[in-house]
Ligand binder design. Structure first.
Ligand code: NAD
Length: 352
């Protein structure tokens, strides 16, 4: 299969981990007989340095003309003092908006090899944890009307039926491919937008009879995530609730260097990136964990290219290398073998 992939390595550790992810991507192409055309673009601080804008038109156009985007991380102290319209983060928001990415998938997976890093008791979390948070990304309180004066301020959480329906459909479809359990999180006892959310979820349920739909209020969901995380498989929720719950879920797994994400639009197009930032403290030092970025490649193969077998092969290669005891500094524990970014990437590519 032929695919065009826009690659934005970005700032800080972005280039370190992207190099390893591309290495793995090339190995997938070789092993499975695909033709991946990899085209590099600038965004964030690197684009500010080169073009004085965090998102050059050529980058957005290049991404729009590709089948998927792979992004390292954007930002760093070098650009922190710039005015807000010139901050590297604007590049990220511009990409999400410009590419119409309304659906954010954040899997929180705790690998059995790393269970020692989980902050919850072993009997609570079990041997392995695998939760998928499906978060609405372009609506809700972050995008609603807002205003303030010296005495008051307001933000508005608003949703249309169409916005709710398209993200819930994603939730149902993902649940169909997993355990067929979908937990919809809202605050329908208080918020009108949540009441509409719940009504749409209940109405859609008839179209997905193979999926068991449950509802939780967001405060209860936050509590249940630490009380009994194993009850969850797929969680679908609106923008702000998803922002908070996905961070909570990710922390249960123990290490930020292990967690990928996908931002999708209605067709198969998506942008894939680790959830962590540019980690300027370890940039260029061969210390960054490339696994979140390589898992983002697996998500791209699965969600944008429909290459489930290839995605599983990448995930299995990561597990194999962890089984052999190789660890970057962030996930290192006694008696394991400490390796740098490059060796970890190389070993995963070899395991493929
Ligand atoms: N999507 C993005 O591009 C994105 C997301 C968050 C933050 N940022 C930007 O990144 C910069 C740094 O932000 P921050 O320090 O708050 O968060 P961060 O995620 O970059 O770093 C937090 C801590 O985690 C460590 N860390 C992060 N990723 C790691 C990895 N792969 N392997 C090993 N250790 C890792 C870092 O060394 C640091 O100690 C800021 O400029 C911020 O705006 C970008």
């Amino acid at each position: 299969m032929k695919k065009r992939i826009a690659v934005i390595s970005g700032d800080g550790i972005g280039p370190d981990i992207t190099f390893e992810a591309v290495k793995v991507l090339k190995r997938v192409a070789e092993r499975f007989g695909h033709d991946f055309e990899i085209v590099e673009y600038l965004a964030g601080g690197a684009a500010l340095d080169a073009y004085n804008t965090p998102l050059p038109d050529s980058t957005l156009k290049g991404c729009q003309d590709s089948d998927a985007v792979l992004l390292g991380s954007l930002g760093g102290p070098k650009w922190d003092t710039l005015p807000s319209h010139l901050r590297p983060e604007k590049g990220l928001l511009g990409l999400r908006g410009g590419l119409g990415l309304f659906c954010n998938l954040r899997p929180a997976i705790m690998y059995k090899q790393l269970s020692g890093a989980c902050p919850l008791k072993a009997e609570v979390v079990g041997e392995q944890l695998d939760i998928m948070v499906v978060r609405e990304l372009t609506g809700g309180i972050y995008f609603g009307a807002r205003g303030s004066d010296e005495e008051s301020a307001y933000d508005t959480m608003s949703y249309t039926r169409a916005e709710i329906e398209r993200i819930l459909r994603k939730g149902f479809e993902i649940a169909q491919k997993r355990s067929r359990r979908l937990c919809s999180v809202d605050k329908a006892n208080i918020l009108s937008s949540s009441q509409l959310w719940r009504a749409v979820a209940n109405a859609l349920c008839a179209e997905y009879p193979d999926v068991e739909l449950t509802h939780l209020y967001v405060d209860n969901a936050a509590m249940q995530l630490v009380r009994n995380p194993r009850q969850f498989d797929v969680i679908v929720t609106e923008n702000m609730f998803g922002d908070i719950l996905s961070d909570e879920a990710s922390q249960i797994t123990g290490s930020i260097g292990m967690l990928p994400s996908a931002s999708l639009r209605e067709d198969s197009f998506g942008m894939y990136e680790p959830i962590h930032g540019s980690a300027p403290d370890i940039a260029g030092k061969d210390l960054a964990n490339p696994i979140a970025m390589i898992l983002s490649v697996a998500m791209m193969l699965r969600h944008s290219f429909g290459m489930e077998g290839e995605a599983q092969a990448v995930e299995a290669a990561i597990e194999a290398v962890l089984d052999q005891g190789y660890r970057t500094v962030d996930i290192y524990s006694e008696s394991m073998i400490k390796v740098g970014t490059k060796e970890m990437g190389q070993r995963i590519a070899q395991a493929l």
